[in-house]
Design a binder for this molecule. Structure first.
Ligand code: DAH
Length: 431
């Protein structure tokens, strides 16, 4: 499916797989245009054309982070490429005229007016977190697929680029916060298509209740929290989408029990809007909350913004092209994006014999590292195993710029670099 499976949650039960089974999970990769927060971009190496600036430091909420501390050749665990490093600190969600900022502000408005500004807002927490914050504190099992190097960007064995805003739940609870919204950029190694990008934005909501909140209702605390959660989020969906049809779907997350997904009926399809649930007691207890219940939710801003603003390709969020940026105004939710001319795509196929260590995410990483945002999609179009047990994959790479027509020469050059690097880095044999 299209947008509606956009960067969906990786924490449902289906994802609970053994780390070593790296079959055909989603791929990924990175890069893009110019980073406004890129301090001290160094001059491009003379011999290599790059699709993104090599940035030597970024500013993350006022803290300068040097490239060499995040992109490290000396640590085999490190898998953060330059293209991803350059995105740190860009904080698209803090731009009031950007669709993501407009959407975030609309969600803030809903909470401010319905909860008398009781929800504290955090949107500047560093995306570089410990594995404890990202996984252990929210009870992600030791063998969960999201912990693998194939899925998450590791700075070192104990530090990652957060893959969800849930990474901040425990620390904020320990600081004594009881109702909060956390918005931020999150990072996942993933597939390449119009709805997947290795950096996207989430908002986390969290609300703690005390016995006096539920005692009058006479309800069991978990039921009380679940009902309050559903009422809150149905109201939010109406605030954003108007009078839409909605449904709740039971699901699984390590951090909540019960867990739900909210879906809305949009353009003749059910669209998953967010994940949520009643927080596991262990999470509250480990933060010193013994006699409470809480609810939490997490939603992907791109997914909602693509629908609300009719944005057809996730790469557009990163575009500095005036024809994109000038279409949105502060406070105007749901202005429909008018696509400027679509430039022609260029298709290139590549076939190779894979080795055991091959993963699609790694392949995507190589392609994005070379082509940056000029790669629109990468799909497996053929796969077979011969009598000797060797497996061949054929991928179609779609190159297309959002901003101009690509020349044959340029695309051939990209493809030839892809062929070279795939062989060199991924231990595959070209056919
Ligand atoms: N962290 C989840 C994800 O990225 C989303 C989520 C689901 C957040 C349920 C929550 C929650 O707080 O309760 O897939």
């Amino acid at each position: 499916m299209t947008i509606f499976s956009v960067q969906s949650t990786i924490f449902t039960r289906a994802s609970v797989a053994i780390l070593s089974s790296n079959g055909l999970r989603r791929f990924s990769f990175a890069s893009s245009s110019f980073s406004s927060n890129a301090l001290y971009s160094s001059p491009l190496p003379k011999t290599k054309k790059r699709r993104f600036p090599i940035v030597s430091a970024v500013d993350i909420g006022g803290v300068t982070m040097a490239r060499n501390d995040v992109v490290r050749d000396d640590d085999p665990t490190n898998n953060v490429p330059d293209s991803i490093f350059s995105k740190l600190g860009m904080q698209l969600h803090r731009r009031d005229k950007h669709p993501l900022g407009i959407l975030k502000n609309a969600i803030y408005d809903y909470f401010d007016s319905n909860y008398a500004k009781q929800f504290e807002k955090f949107e500047d927490l560093s995306p570089i977190v410990t594995t404890k914050q990202n996984f252990d504190d929210v009870l992600v099992p030791a063998d969960h697929v999201s912990r693998s190097l194939n899925d998450t960007y590791y700075v070192d064995s104990q530090t990652v680029l957060r893959c969800h805003t849930s990474a901040h739940q425990a620390e904020l609870l320990r600081e004594g916060r009881r109702r909060f919204l956390v918005t931020g950029d999150v990072y996942r190694r993933d597939s390449i298509d119009s709805t997947h990008y290795p950096v996207f934005h989430q908002m986390e909501g969290f609300c703690v209740f005390s016995p006096e909140d539920w005692s009058e209702s006479g309800k069991d605390p978990t039921l009380y929290a679940a009902e309050d959660l559903k009422k809150c989020l149905e109201g939010l969906a109406r605030h954003l989408f108007g009078g839409v049809e909605m449904r709740w779907v039971d699901t699984y997350f390590p951090f909540t029990e019960p867990s739900f997904e909210l879906e809305i009926y949009f353009k003749e399809d059910w669209l998953e809007v967010l994940g949520c649930g009643v927080t596991e007691q262990r999470i509250l207890k480990q933060s010193g909350l013994e006699n409470n219940v809480a609810w939490a939710f997490g939603l992907g801003l791109e997914r909602l913004a693509m629908v609300l603003f009719d944005i057809p390709d996730i790469r557009l969020f990163w575009s500095d092209d005036e024809r994109f940026t000038s279409q949105f105004k502060k406070g105007e939710l749901g202005v429909k994006f008018k696509p400027f001319s679509k430039y022609p795509p260029c298709y290139k196929d590549i076939s190779f014999w894979i080795s055991e260590s091959f993963t699609e995410n790694n392949f995507c990483e190589v392609v994005r590292g070379i082509a940056g945002d000029l790669v629109e999609e990468l799909k497996l179009i053929d796969s077979f195993t011969n009598k000797k047990g060797m497996t061949s994959h054929c991928y179609r790479i779609v190159f297309r710029s959002m901003e101009r027509s690509l020349t044959d020469e340029e695309v051939n050059d990209l493809q030839s670099k892809v062929r070279d690097e795939v062989q060199r880095k991924l231990n595959v044999e070209l056919r």
